[in-house]
Design a protein around this ligand. Sequence first.
Ligand code: PFF
Length: 451
Amino acid sequence: MSEKRSNFSSKIGFVLATAGSAVGLGNIWRFPYLAAKHGGGMFLLVYLILVLTFGFALAAAEILIGRKTGQSAINAFGALSKKWSFIGWLAALVPVIILPYYSVIGGWIFKYLVAFIGGQANAAAGDDYFTGFIGKVGEPIGWFMLFIGITALIVLFGVEKGVEKASKIMMPILVVITIFIAIYSACMPGAFEGVLYYITPNFEHFSVTTVLAALGQLFYSMSLAMGIMITYGSYMKKDVNVSSSIHQVEIFDTGIAFLAGLMIVPAVFSFSGGSEEALGKGPSLMFITLPKVFQSMPGGTVIGIIFFLMVLFAALTSSISLMETVVSVIQDKFKLNRKITCLIVFIGCVALGLPSSLGNGAWAGVKILGFAFLDFFDFISNSVLMPIVALLTCIFVGYVIKPKSLIEEAELSAQFKAKTLFSVIIRYVAPVLIVLILGFSVLEAFGIVKV
Ligand code: PFF
């Protein structure tokens, strides 16, 4: 980026902006279905351990690389060592894969918001409503294009600031309403068993897949291993305390994900007795479960409208930051103007998102490595590409520029207490863990081992 870099004026500015990118569909849509599928409390425990150790170390590494170089991901690695600039390119590929299917889900949220406003809350709670909707061809594509179109317009006119301002009001409302729905859900008949499933780790549920799913979710949720944190770090002033900023973002991000799970997982037990089939629904879980919760709740239609509206905002702030990254990379690389770039990215996203949208209906029979399109893109980005970027980042920091250089950067503002933890994780624990997990998941995807 050649223009003068603006700075976050304060720590709170940094934390809010980072949390705005971090909190999105990953927390509300993705976390609950993974927790439901991968053993409830066991998934939660693995996730928490990873957030506090690995998540902290990787977030610190990325933010500090950004702050030290003052560059976004594409240039930051190269600025520190020419040979390693390819990591930045690899990282920049992640948003390209995520944005299209993220927007497909964003479209589903739009559809539900409008359905609730149009008084169809009862219909939406019906068993076949969701499958009926995503099985169609034109309608989900229409909502998807509306979502990506709005995102593109916001990025084109550079009015992100307005959306960020609005989301500062929306986020607290989202938190309050999620707490309210979570308490209601947990108190429904039969839901308590679900609360226990969600918070008690059962070691029989532990498997390599659980760790891989939790690791992928950690990257996704905290917007790690895709260059985003490097860019945010490049805007951070030198006197802002890095560790405590990261802790605040982690608490916010994980807190919302936890509440979203509490809102959805116990409800699955209440409505379908927590069968393995109901828990393993995957991407559709929230859309099937929540309307039933709203239907059973007094004033559920209004609560539903407010809820879907807030989620739509959280999704938009995330899709905007994803698209902004893609646009700025293309603009810088090919020296194109912003209008053309936004148009190219819009068209590219529509083209890449179409299979994800159709994969639930007309193209449901087409599978890649056994995945439907949307799940395939999700798998490639979260379980393959992001772990690879994270691994390379750890090797780069651990052995090329050395953890000490980033610790010195951190200590320009305040003492960096987690020095040893940071170095050990970056140099040893994370690389070994990632290689093991990646190895197993590839073997599993090809059916060579069952883990
Ligand atoms: N962290 C976002 C979420 O959990 O929904 C997803 C995301 C948003 C990833 C923005 C990357 C990004 F730039």
